[in-house]
Design a protein around this ligand. Sequence first.
Ligand code: DP6
Length: 362
Amino acid sequence: MIVEEFITKSYPKTIEEGVVTWESPSNIALVKYWGKKEHQIPANPSISFTLSHCKTITTLEFSEKENKIDFSFDVFLNDEQKDDFKPKIETFFKRIEAYLPFLKHYHFVIKTKNTFPHSSGIASSASGMSALALCLTSIDRMLSKNHENLNKSFFNKKASFLARLGSGSACRSIEGSLVAWGKHEAFTESSDLYGVKYPFEVHENFKNYRDTILLVDKGEKQVSSTVGHGLMHNHPFADERFKQAHKNLNDLIAVFKSGDLDAFIKIVESEALTLHAMMMTSMPYFILMKPNTLQIINKIWAYREKTNSKVCFTLDAGANVHMLYPESEAENINQFINNELVEHCQNGQYINDKIGLGAKLL
Ligand code: DP6
């Protein structure tokens, strides 16, 4: 699909007011998106597991207003007004206005909450922006006379397309349980504009795959993802990195089919460390891992050596560690965490999650 196909030209219906609620999960990338071109186009394809428990629930109330020349909205997080969220949402609205011509016709009240602690260092932009994009796509659908024009597959694509304009990784949070985003030669359906559900065979080994997020550092990030992505422009290793992402995604296709967890571990851990290596070798350079991040990684490696476990780690743009492992190991890994890893978590906190089915209309 091309960008123009996401433009709603006009609405045959009018609705004075209404309300819609979506819950949308977070996701964890296996092949990382790091680097982008203009208009939120990724520099390389990525793929992620959609999560189940870490999610954002957003209710969007809309009421028609007199003045139709600017955006008007209020935002609440856990029932508290959050004016500091407004600039990001205003930017989002500007980017998506061409695709949702009703945006200036309504006053919106955005009421949002996360199932995970706000200052946990877990990025809420993927779940938050996808939940908001889904609410807005629902309104787009309500205003369109013929709902058939917005069938489920197109609905999901449009929501993902819009979510991407809020935050790149958010476009992978609409569906489950494995979503690829960015043009890749092995996926004919893949697109830089939206995420697509992984179309090939996935081995039983990955069923209910677990992700335990060890909360190492709950502080504000020193460098936002958006600034980090920008540092891939003129990065000395950028071209090789982008090629590597294509190769890793290609190699993962065989791994998902065969269920080869040793090969899975190598790709996923290498992706995580490469992401951080890119940060450490950009100009300016920065380090988001903390001493406890490394302690945990070393303990995971030692545990794997000792027990033949298939647990591995991945990282996003922060210090927290995501531990990925098969469902069959859940009990042992829980013990391992409690015996050896909680001491490296801030206030001993971690979150048990697993791969999930995607966003839900409530
Ligand atoms: C490291 O999606 O947060 O988590 O598009 O600027 O909002 P923006 O960036 P964002 O970047 C996420 C980067 C990552 C890797 C990933 O999720 O693929």
